[in-house]
Ligand binder design. Structure first.
Ligand SMILES: Cc1cc2nc3c(=O)[nH]c(=O)nc-3n(C[C@H](O)[C@H](O)[C@H](O)COP(=O)(O)O)c2cc1C
Length: 353
């Protein structure tokens, strides 16, 4: 297993939409962690280009993350939502995009990955069929599936996945839920609850994600049974990340985060801003139609540096992120995790005495 071969139990979360770069992926892998490339929003040829770039920068193992396509949402509800955004779009000098369903070039990406022999292919937004997982296994790849509940964990294991990535509700970016059900009354499991529940019942290696941004957080999830910690927000301020300036500034602030469908039609956590406050209540569960609808508005606002209108994806502990090179961050976090684990061990020994 790749997890057994890492010298540092730190996995870079895939960060689609700008922050993910081949340089960031390679820097984390070169430092002994596992770098991931985000394939989300890329065509298969664009993914191939990034994969080649990352491979030119590291000979160490890396992973690629793919979005599993879901069902098309209600386009009438999206049109009604579009009407509520018209004023913001006019104010920003942007249009709204065409609300449409796309599968994110799924089949072509799977065909590519079935020939590329990438050490790890991870999935989010659902569980691929066993046939897809079998093809990846034949190519020598491990298949990891991101889950948010014990039920999703059981489904992924039944489909043949090798590793579960557990995503707690603290996580930045999209919730990885298999079905984004607006009628679901649960507000999502925190990472430690999810980790304990899954660890108690399921016997595959676990990677823990959501709100981890210090070595102490890494030590905590290892103590609770994870084989590695996956960090996203922690890497967004590194120089290798493609994070835009407006996001970098917001990430450095103490602003709180909130979960919303307003930007993409799928639940996601970002720094609370005017767009979230004004549009969350009306936003339908219609991914990726809402993503395409708001994309031009977000693009213009991001270029103009307007934090009120952009999706400032961030985990709950974002303000502790560091603006240092990614390799240095991996090394600092690993050293901190070792210290935190030692101190916890000392406290427990003192209690035993
Ligand atoms: C900007 C951003 C983009 C993300 N893109 C992806 C993605 O493409 N695929 C994925 O599985 N998860 C994605 N995530 C979620 C991460 O995989 C992970 O669950 C999350 O970053 C963990 O929480 P943290 O940000 O507090 O570390 C993204 C998160 C952020 C902040």
């Amino acid at each position: 297993m790749i997890l057994d071969r890492l010298s540092v139990p730190i996995v870079l979360a895939p960060l689609a939409g700008g922050s993910s770069t081949p340089e960031l992926t390679a820097a984390v892998s070169n430092a002994g962690g596992l770098g991931f490339l985000a394939a989300g929003y890329l065509t298969a040829p664009a993914l191939k280009e990034r994969l080649d770039q990352a491979r030119a920068l590291t000979g160490a193992p890396l992973g690629v993350n793919v979005f599993v396509p879901g069902q098309p949402g209600d386009l009438d509800a999206v049109q009604a939502y579009a009407a509520t955004l018209a004023e913001d779009a006019r104010g920003a000098g942007a249009g709204l995009g065409e609300a449409r369903y796309e599968d994110d070039d799924w089949a072509a990406k799977i065909d590519l990955l079935a020939t590329e022999r990438v050490p790890v292919v991870s999935f989010t937004f659902g569980c691929p069929d066993r046939e897809v997982i079998d093809r990846l296994h034949q190519a020598g790849s491990e298949a990891w599936v991101t889950v948010t509940t014990p039920d999703e964990a059981r489904e992924a294991v039944a489909a043949g996945c090798d590793v579960l990535v557990l995503q707690g509700v603290e996580a930045g970016g999209h919730r990885a839920v298999f079905r984004d059900d607006p009628g679901d009354p649960s507000d999502g499991l925190g990472l430690l609850s999810l980790l304990q529940l899954v660890r108690a019942r399921i016997d595959v290696p676990l990677v823990a994600a959501g709100g981890i941004i210090t070595g102490g957080g890494i030590a905590a999830v290892l103590a609770a049974g994870a084989s590695a910690a996956q960090l996203g927000t922690a890497f967004m301020r590194t120089p290798e990340a493609g994070t835009a300036d407006v996001d970098r500034q917001a990430l450095a602030s103490d602003a709180p985060t909130a979960v919303t469908r307003a930007f993409t039609g799928r639940l996601a956590r970002g720094i609370r801003n005017r767009f979230i406050d004004q549009h969350t209540a009306q936003a339908p569960a219609a991914y990726p139609a809402v993503h395409f609808l708001t994309a031009p508005l977000r693009r213009v606002a991001r270029a103009a540096g307007d934090p009120g209108l952009v999706n400032l994806w961030a985990g709950q502990a974002h303000q502790l992120g560091r603006e240092i090179p990614a390799g240095q961050l991996v090394r600092e976090l690993a050293a901190e995790a070792r210290t935190a684990a030692r101190q916890a061990g000392q406290r427990l020994s003192a209690i035993e005495d």
